[in-house]
Write a protein that binds this ligand. Structure first.
Ligand code: ZN
Length: 316
């Protein structure tokens, strides 16, 4: 059985974890003067704690051995984010660790509110920064593993963690119940494109949403999912949520997925069309070929023409 994950084979061994200490969550909507108090850090804090001061004041911080534990409530749901530095060798900088914290609180609750309730995904997520075992990053159950050298060599590739958080949200999609098992990775990259940190501030200059030339079929195309969401989701119908639910439930054998697409297209402008006909419509659209890359602070050709990120993020 295939589960969500970026590297094939056994997941990295989980290092011994400190017990997560429960802390009092403060709702982001209750920005009291007390929550704005300056944080107190332990003398032996493993990283320069001032980088964590950039987090919203409502995120509670706790430290235990070599872990940082952040707890907060977003739109009434409590989350925790634990950064396990047991096997951290110091290559990921303190500043980068602060950015990863900021990323979690921007990305994970947004993913959760749209998809996580459908898959009963975990609300307690652990990030392990480790100096061995794999090349980039991977996810398993509620644990995201990041190699300590990755951000050292790729300074701004923070959104590889957005991709991994999408795997946590998938909560064990079974690749044998998808049309192609590669849909596990396509969905994680769809999430990376739509939900990336700081509206693509880091992502769009270094990561590419491939065009139809480079990903020429729905088995390989991330952009096709983005296009379907752009075309078919609106205030009355969340197409990608329905797609996510079909994948989560494993309702269809891979050989039966023509039926799954037919059902997904019901009530949309593509009702009655086959998935191949819809693909052909995508493949000949402008959307399929526009560049997604942009320098920091600028807008890509694709988003300038069809701001799918804004449209989808504003749906709810
Ligand atoms: Zn992956």
């Amino acid at each position: 059985m295939l589960f969500a994950g970026c590297s094939a084979g056994k997941p990295a061994e989980t290092s011994a974890m400190s017990t997560v200490t429960e802390t009092t969550a403060v709702s982001t909507s209750e920005s009291t003067s007390e929550s704005k108090k300056k944080r107190v850090y332990p003398d032996n804090c493993i990283i320069d704690p001032t980088v964590l001061d950039r987090l919203d004041e409502s995120i509670t911080l706790d430290f235990k051995d070599k872990t940082i534990i952040e707890t907060g409530t977003v739109n009434g749901r409590r989350y925790s984010f634990t950064i396990d530095l047991t096997n951290w060798a110091g290559n990921t900088t303190a500043d980068q660790i602060g950015e990863l914290s900021r990323l979690f609180w921007q990305v994970y609750p947004a993913l959760y509110e749209r998809f996580g309730t459908l898959s009963n995904a975990p609300v307690d997520v652990v990030l392990l920064i480790e100096d061995s075992g794999y090349e980039i990053a991977e996810a398993w159950e509620n644990k995201v593993h990041l190699h300590d050298m990755w951000l050292c060599n790729n300074h701004e590739d923070f959104d590889c963690i957005t991709h991994e958080l999408a795997h946590v949200i998938q909560c064990g999609w079974d690749g044998e119940r998808l049309e192609y098992s590669s849909y596990i990775e396509r969905f994680a990259d769809y999430c990376r494109f739509i939900y990336c940190m700081d509206n693509g501030g880091y992502n769009d200059s270094g990561w590419t949403l491939q065009t139809v030339t480079d990903e020429p079929d729905r088995e390989s195309s991330v952009r096709y999912l983005v296009w379907l969401d752009y075309k078919l989701s609106g205030p009355d119908r969340d197409f990608m949520k329905d797609y996510f639910l079909v994948c989560t439930k494993g309702e269809y054998a891979s050989s039966d997925w023509k039926k799954a697409w037919k059902k997904l297209f019901q009530g949309t402008e593509f009702e009655g069309k086959s998935v191949d006909e819809v693909w052909n419509e995508f493949a000949k659209s402008d959307f399929a070929g526009l560049s997604s890359n942009a320098e920091r602070g600028e807008t890509s050709e694709l988003l300038a023409k069809s701001n799918v990120r804004k449209k989808i993020r504003n749906l709810r």
